[in-house]
Design a protein. Structure first.
Lengths: 307, 104
């Protein structure tokens, strides 16, 4: 009989890593699987709302999280999880690209992926001007003109980051109001490089070898297109719930896993944490993801050890 | 460990290589590139003998980066017989890369 672990954590973003730290302190024998150490944190230029660090780069914070996890002797397994099933009461089998592992409880912390626009030209120009990661690609647009699509916090942060390099930044969004934190709004108002294009949608991305222009659904300064060298898409994220579906776990209309206050799901023994859940009022922050991970580990501990 | 490619050794090490070569275009400021680092090293170890695997820092090697119009990283390009035969933009998982390299 293969070894049975107390807990398997799937996902190595802030929620999965925080869950691992708490699991180690609860002495839960556990594994953590993740393809991307730190998950979406890697793509954040500066984090200014993680208490204890006035301003820290996403990458640096990832390093801190990983050292904390490894401090307890836990290593992240870079194996992709392909299947998850219940094989008996309190026995779940996690199948990865390299093997099968059994645990008495599981925390689903796979987070979310960028939402795509699904417009013509988007897919074709990935790597040729279309980007979902300003931290990675802003440097390639030095003295160029770029568009940021989106009206939320991440779009504002990306527009500001790009303004450090690009010559001109269009921020294009639906509706008349941005929903970014007032701190970011003030910084944007101070930037002469950022032009807001409100109440406007983007229909198509066009070019020959690389992005040359975007087609708008209504005119801006009398033209229905903007000449740009790059397009940064920041319209939120979609939860990665394929594995949860295989177990028949309940999700809401937006495909987020429904969780209770203790991060339990509709299937006893399976917990969920971070951007993949309906928890924390869907406030997508490193802070809330980490706190859900902590609660999930505490609940897994009660489920495995205290019953 | 993965090899290090530069503007100086690119033609010799990559374009004139007898083996297929995977080049990981990366930069120190890019979080997801850092994330790929250990995956590329693991790939180098596992594919040794069949495929040459190395990294190219776009910040220090603008010649090659411009030649291949790099606009998004991490970007992994595979070269065979001096020609680019595969192109992966964004973070990739090791199993996908192995499978694709296995087909060469």
């Amino acid at each position: 009989m293969d070894k049975t672990f107390d807990l398997i954590i799937i996902g190595a973003g802030p929620s999965g890593l925080a869950a691992s730290v708490y699991a180690s302190r609860y002495k839960l024998e556990h594994l953590i699987f993740g393809m991307e150490d730190g998950g979406q944190m890697n793509e954040i230029h500066q984090i200014e709302n993680w208490p204890g660090n006035i301003s820290i780069s996403g990458r640096e914070l990832v390093g801190n999280f990983i050292s904390h996890v490894e401090n307890y002797g836990v290593k992240i397994n870079h194996e992709s999880v392909v299947n998850l099933k219940k094989i008996a009461d309190e026995r779940f089998e996690v199948e990865t690209s390299r093997g099968k592992y059994v645990a008495r409880s599981v925390i689903l912390a796979m987070g979310a992926e960028y939402r795509r626009m699904n417009i013509p030209g988007e897919k074709e120009f990935i790597g040729k001007g279309v980007s979902y990661c300003a931290t990675c690609d802003a440097m390639f647009f030095k003295d160029k003109t770029v568009a940021v699509i989106g009206g939320g916090n991440s779009a504002a942060v990306v527009a500001l980051e790009l303004a450090d390099f690009a010559d001109k930044v269009y921020l294009i969004y639906h509706g008349n109001k941005l929903t970014a934190e007032p701190v970011w709004m003030e910084k944007m108002a101070d930037s002469a490089k950022i032009t807001k294009v409100d109440d406007t949608g983007v229909l198509e991305i066009k070019g020959e070898e690389k992005v040359e222009k975007i087609i708008l659904d209504k005119p801006h300064e009398d033209k229905t297109f903007l000449k740009v060298d790059g397009v940064f898409i920041e319209i939120g994220s979609e939860p990665g719930v394929e594995l949860a579906r295989k177990l028949g776990i309940e999700t809401d209309d937006g495909n987020y896993i429904k969780v209770n206050a203790d991060q339990s799901t509709s299937l006893p023994g399976i917990f969920a944490a971070g951007d993949i859940t309906t928890g924390s009022n869907k406030f997508r922050q490193v802070l809330t993801a980490a706190s859900e991970g902590a609660i999930a580990s505490s609940s897994a501990y009660k489920f495995v050890k205290l019953k | 460990m993965a090899l290090e490619f530069t503007d100086q050794n690119f033609d010799q090490e990559v374009l004139k290589s007898d083996l297929p070569v995977l080049v990981d275009f990366w930069a120190p400021w890019c979080g997801p590139c850092q994330m790929m680092g250990p995956i590329i090293d693991e790939l180098a170890k596992d594919m040794g003998g069949k495929v040459k695997v190395g990294k190219l820092n776009v910040d220090e090697n603008s010649g090659v980066s411009q030649r291949y119009s790099i606009m998004s990283i991490p970007n992994m390009k595979v070269f065979k017989g001096g020609q680019m035969v595969k192109d992966f933009v964004g973070v990739q998982n090791i199993d996908t890369l192995k499978e694709e390299l296995g087909k060469l």
